[in-house]
Ligand binder design. Sequence first.
Ligand code: TYM
Length: 332
Amino acid sequence: MQRIFSGIQPTGVPHLGNYLGAVRNWVALQNDHDCIYCVVDLHAITADHDFRTLADQTRDLTAALIACGIDPQKHILFHQSAVHAHLRLAWIFTCVARMGWLNRMTQFKDKAGKDRENVSTGLFTYPNLMAADIHAYHATRVPVGDDQKHHLELANDIAAKFNHDFERDYFPNIEPLILGPAARVMSLRDGSKKMSKSDPSDQSRINLTDDADTISAKIRKAKTDPEPLPTDIEGLEGRPEARNLIGIYAALTDTDHAAVLRDHGGQGFGNFKKALADLLVEKLSPIAAETRRLLADPGYVDGVLRDGAQRAAAIANPIVDEAERIVGFLKV
Ligand code: TYM
């Protein structure tokens, strides 16, 4: 069975983009894969973070993942800082990856913006740690949203260079799984920007913790254009906001853009937004309620993470021990 690995940062509340682009697919993949899912708190400190709340956010996100349907008994759910193998392999990869490769990462350019001299060095080497996360488990399939594609290509480049330099076919090639009609959910305020935790406007995203009234209000106010919905996909050309809302609807109903347009094409946005808001409330409210229920006993979530870290370390430690031997470290 192929091993799946994926991760999510514990900064801010998870949003609809995280859910539809990643977590929902993680849940489905549990049926026929061995899955390892990680709350990546080491990545969270590459940008300014709130040290007072990071531990709570790690716990909250873990509860939300379980509420979404991640099964921490059949699979592994843990937080990154608890398994040191990630850091050991990240260091090796930092010495394998080339400056030029990291310089080309679009996420770094986007996140650093004009302030390149002032961001942390961790933000620059972020993709090395991400490659280590995956390769420490010899995972071969990685379900992510579309925005992580470049990072996964880099993870393959690093593995190939490691194998070449040290003359061993040690790290396998990984296959990105970018799935479904909502692999890139866009901001509700601007169809050209992705939905993101770091957008200053809360109106731009649906948080998994939003209540029914908030969800309905955000969808009602979502930016659209004055035309009715088109009846076929070609009609979405040049209409990013319409495409985004149709994609969200399609993902939540397990169909595709064309099927949604067959049912709703020709309508004005008013009716469609109402249907979409009702659907979101129906799908997301149980997740918020279950998250709250799980967090009522923080001991439960901590126990899940402790157990997950032990099982993760049991897989990663021997793989990284061998990588260290291959690099030439003395093991006594
Ligand atoms: P993060 O925490 O930004 O996002 C977690 C997952 O959600 C997806 N995602 C989206 N999908 C669709 N539309 C959006 N607007 C949207 N926003 C986020 C992301 O693609 C991601 O799959 N670097 C990663 C975390 C990571 C990781 C890894 C992933 C660390 N190590 C190893 C895979 C394998 C990140 O910051 O994701």
